[in-house]
Design a protein around this ligand. Structure first.
Ligand code: PHE
Length: 449
């Protein structure tokens, strides 16, 4: 049976939905802690370059591929690619979605715990050191972590099981603007804290001696992660777009929104870090150790904190939805499963696969995979810095060199500026693939720049 594909109701609905996929834990949890670990300003600068030279062109490419094929990633590569091997890019994307979601839900679970903590007013009146310690205590509780991991995944699975425009679009239109407002409030609050000057300097003043191959790879990986690229999430979103949408503008809007939120995340967190003598390189716990400190000093902090963590769970769920959708749409489009069955079976498999990540800070804390990192960090490192970037490289090559000229020129039909189109075409053919390749080769030591 061939049901017509559901389409987004409005263009702005689409931009919000795509921004909902992009804006999530990547901006507020991952970006500040990676920036903190890799030296602040210099990292941020490379990150911004990666967004412009790699992220934006690939986002346009993914949307174009999805819209032309009107299929999920695996189907899209099968239909548009003249060679059956292109399918592998789709499968790589399905694998990336599976792996990333398995630990993404663990972090989503941490946020749920922080809703509970802030609604019970547990941060109030505690010293920054005590608040920092609360995160470490949470990490020692395996049962609670698995429970929250399951809860977050259940929420995500439920929404995906109900279908795209009904589920996703409705939520995003309301929640993104509210989250934005709250972030603005928190940014202003942080800018008035005693460590504001130092925090902002750390974030925006590049110290070029901190630029290492590892930092460059992390910055590029972070751009892929934060913009939801390299695994076909945006291909899936593009497949629900109609022909009248201006892809270039939509992609640019999504990139700008996503980057603003990441920078706000940094501007909220680093002033707190420097105000209370915390460490910028605290790792994955940075967000959880600093934000509640800011709330504990804020008038009405309990209410604001609770609202903030609730909104953040929704922002995280809207990102998780797009990770799950890539995997689920494979089973719907290629295996002809029903949506409900696909969503719940895949959701359950991801739950099982994610349990070791939830336990990587307690029962399994001595298990290390890559370079001495625990299971959680190893999966994150591998998926973000290699699976997404290699996926992105292949997507750029596919779009630039193998997509038919006719399909590419579809972009110029609906109000796209021809000059911009030519620039994009040049960038996606030469600049983007070369940049990704150079970073990968440099990191693996095959070449040295
Ligand atoms: N971009 C999302 C975030 O920042 C995560 C994500 C990555 C979603 C890849 C889809 C695909 O939280």
């Amino acid at each position: 049976m061939n049901r017509p594909r559901e389409l987004w109701m409005t263009r702005i609905g689409f931009v919000f939905a795509a921004a909902g996929s992009a804006i999530g834990l990547g901006n507020l949890w991952r970006f500040p802690y990676i920036a903190g670990t890799y030296g602040g300003g210099a990292f941020v600068l490379i990150y911004l370059l990666a967004v412009i030279a790699i992220g934006l062109p690939i986002m346009v490419a993914e949307l174009l591929i999805g819209r032309s094929a009107q299929l999920s990633p695996v189907g899209a590569f099968t239909r548009l690619g003249k060679n059956k091997w292109w399918k592998i890019v789709g499968w790589l994307g399905v694998a990336s979605g599976f792996v990333i979601l398995s630990y993404y839900c663990v972090v989503g679970g941490w946020i749920i715990d922080y809703i509970v903590k802030s609604s019970l007013n547990l941060f109030h009146g505690r010293s920054p050191a005590e608040i920092e310690g609360m995160f470490d205590i949470l990490l020692k509780n395996p049962l609670l972590l698995v429970f929250y991991h399951a809860l977050f995944l259940l929420l995500t699975t439920y929404i995906v099981s109900r279908g795209i425009s009904m589920g996703i679009e409705r939520w995003n239109n309301i929640l993104i603007p509210v989250l934005f407002g709250l972030l603005l409030l928190l940014t202003i609050n942080s800018l008035f804290s005693p460590g504001a000057r130092e925090g902002i300097k750390f974030l925006f003043h590049p110290d070029f001696s901190k630029i290492t191959p590892a930092a460059i790879l992390e910055a590029m990986g972070q751009a892929f992660f934060s913009l939801s690229l390299g695994m076909g999430a945006m291909i899936t979103y593009g497949s629900y777009l109609d022909r009248d949408t201006n892809l270039m503008n939509s992609a640019a809007e999504v990139c700008v929104l996503d980057t603003i939120v990441a920078l706000m995340g940094g501007m909220i967190i680093f002033p707190v870090v420097f105000s209370y003598g915390l460490a910028p390189s605290a790792g994955p716990g940075l967000f959880f150790k600093t934000l509640p400190v800011a709330f504990s000093f804020l008038p009405g902090g309990r209410l604001v904190a609770t609202l903030f963590f609730i909104l953040l769970v929704f922002a995280a769920v809207t990102s998780a939805i797009s990770l799950l959708e890539v995997v689920v749409s494979y089973f719907i489009d290629e295996r002809k499963w029903g949506r409900k069955k696909a969503a719940f079976l895949v959701g359950f498999a991801i739950f099982l696969f994610g349990v070791p990540s939830a336990l990587s800070s307690n029962l399994l804390k001595d298990v290390t995979l890559l370079k001495g990192m625990n299971i959680f960090s190893s999966l994150d490192f591998l998926a973000t810095n290699y699976m997404l970037t290699i996926g992105g490289l292949l997507i750029a090559l596919f779009c630039g060199w193998f997509l038919s000229r006719k399909t590419m020129e579809e972009m110029t039909i609906n109000g796209n500026n021809l000059f911009l189109y030519r620039i994009w075409r040049f960038v996606i053919r030469y600049i983007t693939p070369l940049a990704v390749l150079l970073v990968l080769l440099q990191k693996t030591g095959i070449i040295a720049i």
